[in-house]
Ligand binder design. Structure first.
Ligand code: FAD
Ligand code: NAI
Length: 468
């Protein structure tokens, strides 16, 4: 039977694409090699990490905030087994939900490893080795990404002592000392989980800042806050060896600017130095599909590869490796295949780091605007001056709004604070409509809310905030 669309991989890019394609009346199948849908995000990424981040944050709040709020519960005790069970249950609810959505949308699920034979032909190799070939008018590659490791350094992940993000989601015991190689998003989120549960966490990072590419002022302040939460930082340090010992493991690093190498030991090492596009066994070379110098499938502005009828989306192509970016591309490609004008606005893709406090941003940073020579006004407002933040003991952080000096159009919004990941979306909507900081500042915000700090920061770009 010939399909209109066969999607290879059912992560957030692939499953969303398949659902949208089916909704648009296209005969759709998905190929997935894992027993569950949802890809990295649902199985070993966004969802399980957020379950642990939430639970560990509650544990921290119970220890540090309850007393001040007048709640006496004694010393909170960790039940790690139950915390991991909560995580597993959350993942299961999501994967079951996806099975339901596949059925509801009448999407055929082909179990096995997919490969592109040629335009119009996909081979599916099942676990027992049986190969099935399916014909399809369009192929969407949505095979995502995998742990990159450290280029030039042999890292043998055993997922007990030397961990990738997957192992760090499943430790049976809280390590006494955890070294995190890479002060990026995964390192700081999963490092936070284990720090909150009692581990001493040392982050070894190549750059001289954590969260490279984020707003510099936020990164600096956030590092101080993490320091208060018990993190140690070795910045400007290039890791050259990760070695398993009799008990734990050791990490050797040398200062990027030169100097003597240092080796530190820990009970566990999380290596979080980025992810690589996953195209293993896809047969791209044989099918003539081009990849770039970093192994990402090359696409044009319409998510088309160089081979007509073959598209690619998500982590396997260029752009931020984010679930919602993959989803947007999934929708766009389904629309394009259906003859509609699918489009992704890459200028307005929010990014959230789910730490404590959260960090959320959309659009350009001050560093980017300066580098691009764009004149801007910056407005800032701290949560310490926000009534709701005081009432809930969440006064850390601030909002920064960046608006074009001439036109007042909002170019970027950066928030560090409790619930930043929810607050960022009013900025994203505003920017999607090309709104100005005055539009934001003159929009009535409910009181008392943390979001009032967004309004005040917007006001501060062209006038004075009221409450400061
Ligand atoms: P994936 O989710 O990687 O899915 C690809 C799918 O394709 C997989 O199911 C795989 O089994 C399947 N596949 C691969 N090859 C084949 C083949 N040949 N045949 C059949 N099937 C195949 N992003 C966020 O936006 N927010 C977060 O909070 C967040 N947290 C994260 C936390 C962690 C610990 C990690 C590791 C990642 C996190 N991410 C987060 C990133 C997010 O998971 C990815 O950006 C997202 O999953 C990419 O979606 P995708 O559909 O492109 O690929
Ligand atoms: P990352 O790119 O965010 O961070 C990796 C860090 O490792 C960088 O700061 C880099 O400088 C450092 N590094 C690289 N080599 C090193 C070396 N030899 N020694 C010391 N440091 C070194 O990658 P990360 O954290 O692994 O995340 C991968 C992807 O997953 C990201 O692209 C991110 O978008 C996505 N993700 C998103 C989340 C979210 O949206 N909340 C959560 C988790 C992951």
């Amino acid at each position: 039977m010939a399909y209109d669309v066969v999607v290879i991989g059912t992560g957030p890019g692939g499953y969303v694409c398949a659902i949208k394609a089916a909704q648009l009346g296209l005969k759709t199948a998905v190929v997935e090699k894992l027993p569950t849908h949802g890809g990295t995000c649902v199985n070993v990424g966004c969802i399980p990490s957020k379950a642990l981040l939430h639970a560990s944050e509650m544990f921290m709040e119970a220890q540090h905030s309850f007393q001040a709020l007048g709640i006496e519960v004694g010393t909170p005790k960790l039940n790690l087994k139950q915390m991991l069970a909560h995580k597993a249950q959350t993942v299961e609810q999501n994967t079951k939900g996806l099975d339901f959505l596949m059925k509801k949308n009448k999407i055929d699920v082909l179990r096995g490893t997919g490969s592109v034979v040629a335009a119009g032909k996909v081979a599916v190799t099942a676990a027992d080795g049986k190969v099935q070939q399916v014909d399809t008018k369009n192929i969407v590659i949505a095979t995502g990404s995998d742990v990159a490791g450290i280029p030039g350094v042999k890292v043998e992940f055993d997922e007990k002592v030397i961990l990738s993000s997957t192992g760090a989601l499943d430790l049976e015991k809280v390590p006494g000392h955890m070294i995190v190689v890479g002060g990026g998003v995964i390192g700081l989120e999963l490092g936070s989980v284990w720090a909150r549960l009692g581990a001493k966490v040392t982050v070894v990072e190549y750059l001289d800042t954590i969260l490279g590419g984020m707003d510099g002022e936020i990164a600096k302040q956030f590092q101080r806050m993490l320091g208060k939460q018990g993190f140690d930082f070795k910045l400007g340090a290039k890791v050259t060896a990760v070695t398993k010992g009799k008990k734990g493991a050791s990490v050797t690093f040398e200062p990027v600017k030169g100097g003597a190498a240092e080796t530190i030991e820990a009970d566990a090492v999380l290596v979080a130095t980025g992810r690589r596009p996953y195209t293993d066994g896809l047969g791209l070379k044989e099918a003539g599909v081009e990849v770039d110098e970093r192994g990402r499938v090359k696409t044009d502005g319409h998510l088309r590869t160089n081979v007509p009828g073959i598209y690619a989306i998500g982590d396997v192509i260029a752009g931020p490796m984010l679930a919602h970016k993959a989803e947007e591309e999934g929708v766009a490609v389904a629309e394009i295949i259906a003859g509609q004008a699918g489009h992704v606005n890459y200028d307005v893709i929010p990014g959230v780091v789910y730490t404590s406090p959260e960090i959320a941003s959309v659009g350009k940073t001050e560093e980017q605007l300066k580098a691009e020579g764009i004149a801007y006004n910056a407005g800032k407002f701290p949560f310490s001056a926000n009534g709701r933040a005081r009432a809930s003991l969440h006064t850390d952080g601030f909002v920064k709004v960046l608006a074009d000096k001439k036109t007042d159009r909002v170019l970027g919004v950066h928030i560090m604070g409790f619930g930043a990941g929810e607050m960022i979306h009013e900025a994203a909507v505003l920017m999607e409509f090309g709104g100005s900081s005055e539009d934001l500042a003159r929009t009535c915000h409910a009181h008392p809310t943390m979001s009032e700090a967004v309004k005040e920061a917007a006001l501060a770009t062209f006038a004075k905030p009221i409450h400061m």
